[in-house]
Design a protein around this ligand. Structure first.
Ligand SMILES: NC(=O)c1ccc[n+]([C@@H]2O[C@H](COP(=O)([O-])OP(=O)(O)OC[C@H]3O[C@@H](n4cnc5c(N)ncnc54)[C@H](O)[C@@H]3O)[C@@H](O)[C@H]2O)c1
Ligand SMILES: [Fe+2]
Length: 390
């Protein structure tokens, strides 16, 4: 038997309860009933979800159970602190004792922030950082519609600071939800480019957690299973959006990726992605997809052993010619090509002149860079960005 041995203690905490599987949205009311007695539910969502008709039927169900509800659709994709402040002002103007977030990571992160802003009378900006939230938030139900960020099970919320052209994190266990509903039926409407980008984000969470300096037995378990599930479903979900089995596998893989990153943290891919989102509005998943194979190539001499296990989880162990670690990187490049994910930053208006400031901004994301298995200098970061400016 291989003994488990780690250099430092590790810690894991996640959502209070999880209902999963096709049709699990129907579990909302009975499960809410088990959480307490609520009168005023607020639903945070976006127009793309409202268009599916799901919010109207949710409100109807809540009303039947004697719970008033109102919904807000103004959280923007990848919200700025200003957007969070504006929507929070509207949310908090009337009574609320339960928050239901139904959407992608942007909606889920906003819901988590509203929950703690309701119980902590401070400006959102003062919460940026780790463990700066004093009081638990009001109860939340998080229902992801992308596969995805895994935000439904993480203590993190990401906001954009436009003046600093950077994305930053608010991390607090007080933002973990009471209930998560993982219903793959809610993800079949995802357009192809969003399936691709969000699925690659989920894969990045798993892979970065697996090679993180903070990787531990708990994160490893979720990371490898996430990698296996995503590798077996992402491209199929992309081509056959209505394939519920592939959608379910991907959604579970995404949640496990969130659990892995909660236990071990993401690393340099996410650190280098934040300035691309903050300055050039490149979506989180696209930025990660572009950076992932290049950062892994940079890390290679420190992670080759770990990539053997990753290759096995991806079903690549016996690919023959290239070694297993190289095969992992090759497969990531193949996925981005097959799913038409951009590979050139010029398409987003980035030029050589921007490389220095991007690298300086990324170097400030020490929370994540400290997790990277190989130390990255500013010059190393510049070199990675230049690979994306061929
Ligand atoms: N909290 C965390 O742990 C964590 C982890 C990674 C990323 N994030 C953050 O999450 C945000 C990105 O979230 P995302 O990648 O899920 O994208 P998103 O929430 O911004 O959604 C992308 C687009 O897809 C639409 N959409 C969502 N679900 C849909 C559906 N089922 N059908 C049709 N359209 C749908 C949305 O309305 C939006 O226009 C970023 O701000 C990122 O930094 C958070
Ligand atoms: Fe991410």
């Amino acid at each position: 038997m291989n003994a488990v041995q780690t250099a430092t203690p590790y810690f894991f905490q996640t959502a209070g309860s999880i209902a999963a599987g096709a049709g699990s949205l129907s579990q909302l009311l009975p499960r809410i009933g088990a959480l307490g007695s609520f009168k005023h539910a607020v639903i945070i969502t976006q127009p793309s979800i409202q268009a599916l008709g799901v919010i109207d039927s949710l409100s109807g169900e809540l009303a039947k159970a004697g719970i008033n509800s109102r919904s807000y659709t103004e959280v923007k994709p990848e919200p700025t602190v200003g957007n969070i402040r504006e929507v929070f002002a509207a949310v908090s103007a009337e009574p609320v004792d339960l928050l239901i977030g139904i959407g992608g990571g942007s909606v889920l992160d906003a819901t988590k922030l509203f929950s703690v802003l309701l119980t902590n009378p401070v400006d959102v900006q003062s919460l940026i950082g780790t463990d700066l939230v004093a009081n638990p938030g009001i109860p939340t139900v998080l229902i992801p519609t992308t596969s995805g960020t895994g935000s439904e099970v993480t203590p993190n919320a990401i906001v954009t600071l436009p003046e600093e052209e950077l994305k930053v994190g608010i991390i607090s266990r007080h933002m973990l939800p009471k209930l998560v509903i993982l219903d793959p039926g809610l993800t079949v409407s995802l357009p192809k480019p969003i399936t691709a980008a969000t699925g690659m984000d989920a894969f990045t969470h798993a892979l970065e957690s697996y090679i993180s300096n903070k990787a531990n037995p708990i994160s490893d378990m979720f990371a490898l299973e996430s990698i296996r599930l995503i590798a077996g479903s992402l491209v199929q979900a992309y081509h056959e959006g209505q394939n519920l089995a592939a959608r379910e596998q991907l959604l579970l893989g995404s949640m496990y990726g969130g659990m892995a990153l909660t236990a071990a943290g993401t690393a340099a891919v996410h650190a280098l992605a934040y300035p691309l989102g903050g300055k050039f509005n490149i979506s989180h998943g696209v930025a990660n997809s572009m950076l992932l194979p290049h950062v892994m190539k940079f890390n290679m001499d420190c992670i080759a052993g770990r990539l053997e296990q990753v290759a096995a989880a991806m079903g690549l162990a016996s690919t023959g010619s290239a070694g297993a670690p190289e095969a992992v990187i090759e497969r990531i490049f193949q996925w981005t090509k097959e799913m038409n994910i951009p590979q050139n930053l010029r398409a987003f208006g980035v030029t050589e002149q921007d490389v220095d400031s991007l690298a300086v901004a990324a170097s400030k994301v020490t929370r994540l860079l400290n997790n990277n298995p190989k130390v990255m200098s500013i010059e190393d970061m510049q070199a990675v960005y230049r690979k994306l400016l061929p």
